[in-house]
Design a protein around this ligand. Structure first.
Ligand SMILES: Nc1ncnc2c1ncn2[C@@H]1O[C@H](COP(=O)(O)OP(=O)(O)OP(=O)(O)O)[C@@H](O)[C@H]1O
Ligand SMILES: [Mg+2]
Length: 336
């Protein structure tokens, strides 16, 4: 039923990128895209801003896995029944309580600690610990078994709306982060389990990027950083908010003939044809400049090597329908 896609062996999709380039949007679209053929996908938000709930038009998510959307599948051939997207908003406090429950069966003690402000205290003094708790929750969901399902796992894929590129290396390199914190003991063991998932072919780190200098540079730096960690896998580059190119590259090279344009505009009955022609020529050269810039940035990304997917700028903004369109693009381009 399912065709081959670029990331078939991947169960944990980490989505990073420069701030504001569309990480949350692309992570949600990827989750929808992966949820075809009855698959069950978990979309996790890490920064506590309830962006996913907003995106899916839902009230703020509790610290709990909830079904948030039904992916429609590919209805045209009727063979793909679609699947389910679940969502979870992780915060370090919730993850710490979860951790205490999972390893020590002490949720109530955890709640007491929380009231005393101890949980806040622990996650504030040790940001490395809070990263391990968040990645720990994501990898736990990735590994979670459920008898009777097609694959034996609760989720077929987990998509993590991760911190921005500037923080991603430290965020994922949990063993290094906790090594100053714990050399032995449960925290260490937990960090090692997390690292075993992250540094395996089961996990891929995707980069969301717009075709501008800064985001492209951050993407290239991020890719180098992930590649430098043995076992970590760079996924794809999702070029987001790509602008439509309205003329061919050849047409864009032609110097506009102002006199001919003015004559055509005045023949069309427009007033002030000359200044109109001047403004049009300015717009044309601005468009040509932007296209050239985007082409240059795109070729830098191509030189880096990972597969590239391109998502259009949705001029009406992002609503559920737009999200489904982006998901369909990702499917068509083989990302899911
Ligand atoms: N393809 C697109 N077309 C049009 N608008 C988009 C597209 N992708 C994202 N946006 C818009 O851009 C803005 C930023 O997107 P988003 O919140 O997903 O970025 P982010 O990288 O998660 O940001 P942050 O770093 O703040 O978490 C939002 O308003 C979103 O609706
Ligand atoms: Mg975001």
């Amino acid at each position: 039923m399912a065709r081959d896609t670029d990331w078939d062996g991947v169960r944990l999709h980490v989505v990073t990128g420069k701030g504001g380039t569309g990480k949350t949007t692309v992570a949600a679209a990827l989750a929808l895209a992966l949820a075809h053929a009855r698959r069950k996908v978990l979309l996790i938000e890490t920064e506590g801003r309830q962006g996913i709930a907003q995106l899916f038009d839902r009230p703020p998510l509790p610290y709990e896995e909830r079904k948030i959307a039904i992916a429609p599948g590919e209805a045209h051939d009727g063979r793909d029944p679609g699947g389910d997207v679940y969502a979870l908003a992780i915060d370090p406090e919730g993850a710490l309580l979860d951790y205490l429950q999972m390893f020590y069966g002490m949720r109530s003690a955890g709640v007491a600690l929380n009231r005393l402000g101890m949980v806040d205290f622990a996650t504030t003094i040790a940001p490395g610990l809070s990263d391990v708790l968040v990645t720990g929750k994501a990898t736990e969901a990735t590994r979670r078994k459920q008898p009777g399902t097609r694959t034996g796992f609760t989720y077929d894929a987990v998509v993590l709306d991760a911190p921005p590129t500037g923080r991603i290396g430290r965020f994922l390199n949990v063993s290094a982060e906790v090594s100053g914190l714990a050399k032995v003991g449960p925290v260490r063991t937990h960090a090692d389990t997390v690292a075993n998932v992250i540094k395996s072919p089961q996990t891929a780190v995707h980069f969301v990027c717009t075709l501008e200098e800064m985001p492209v540079q951050e993407t290239l730096d991020g890719i180098a950083e992930i590649r430098a960690v043995p076992g970590m896998q760079v996924g794809g580059i999702m070029i987001n908010m790509a602008r439509p190119v309205m003329l061919s590259r050849e047409e864009l090279k032609v110097q506009p003939d102002l006199a001919a344009m003015a004559a055509a505009l005045s023949a069309a009955g427009l007033y002030d044809a000359e200044s109109l022609a001047g403004s049009l020529a300015d717009e044309l050269s601005e468009h040509a400049r932007l296209v050239e810039l985007a082409d240059r940035e795109r070729s830098e990304l191509e030189a880096a090597g990972p597969p590239i997917y391109e998502l259009p700028l949705m001029v009406e903004g992002i609503d559920l329908a737009a999200l489904h369109k982006l998901a369909a693009e990702l499917r068509d381009q083989g990302a899911a």
